[in-house]
Design a protein around this ligand. Structure first.
Ligand SMILES: [Zn+2]
Length: 211
């Protein structure tokens, strides 16, 4: 896969454009909460062949721009099934941060994902693994080289669990579950730089309980 990262919006959330090199088919991963991703994608030459939108979780910085994005890229959209209740709070999530101007409409979800589901992007198979904790249904997408983890894991840190519907016990289980995946995987987080699972197991202070 070819991967481009676009940090966008007020939260500088990492959104991704991933391309299956065999067919040129692309997926967008996460949206930001503004129209910035639309602008970044429209500026690309040649225009990417965007076939789907994948969401890691339903926080406004990751899913709040969905409706706008779908006006320009009207493609099948995937969200973890366990995120449905949180997704429906998008019109009031801004209030949680004292920022009602950040309240966003819900876009359209076409496919609800369950743990173990596989998505075909051209010749690339993207596996979905459910890693709840940061949110009730937060999940990750991975192939044999890369994993997109949303706010499950960061270089040197992990996602917070103190927001509404967060759960620190589930988070621990989910971080443990990630150890079933190959350590070589490059980790593309919702915020911050690229890392690898191996590096995080070695150095991330929040993963000390796994060592
Ligand atoms: Zn989040």
């Amino acid at each position: 896969m070819e991967i481009k990262c676009f940090p966008v919006g007020a939260f500088r959330v990492n959104t991704y454009l991933v391309k299956d090199e065999e067919t040129g088919q692309c997926a967008i991963i996460d949206t930001g909460e503004s129209d910035e991703l639309v602008e970044r994608l429209q500026a690309l030459q040649p225009a990417p062949d965007i076939r789907m939108i994948l969401l890691t979780h339903a926080h406004l910085d990751h899913a709040g721009g969905l409706k706008q994005l779908q006006q320009f890229f009207d493609v099948p959209t995937y969200l973890p099934r366990l995120e449905q209740a949180l997704f429906e709070t998008l019109p009031k999530q801004g209030d949680w941060f004292g920022a009602p101007h950040m309240n966003r409409p819900c876009g359209r979800i076409d496919n609800w994902l369950d743990d173990g589901d596989v998505i075909d992007l051209g010749e690339t198979q993207l596996h979905f693994i459910s890693t709840p904790g940061h949110t009730p249904g937060q999940g990750c997408y991975y192939d044999e080289h890369d994993i997109f983890v949303g706010d499950t894991l960061f270089a040197g840190s992990v996602g917070r669990t103190d927001l509404p519907m967060g759960d620190s016990r589930l988070m621990k289980d989910s971080l443990h579950k990630l150890t079933t995946l190959p350590e070589r995987l490059r980790v593309h987080s919702g915020h911050g730089p690229v890392t690898t699972l191996a590096k995080e197991y070695e150095t991330n202070p929040f993963l000390q309980f796994l060592r």
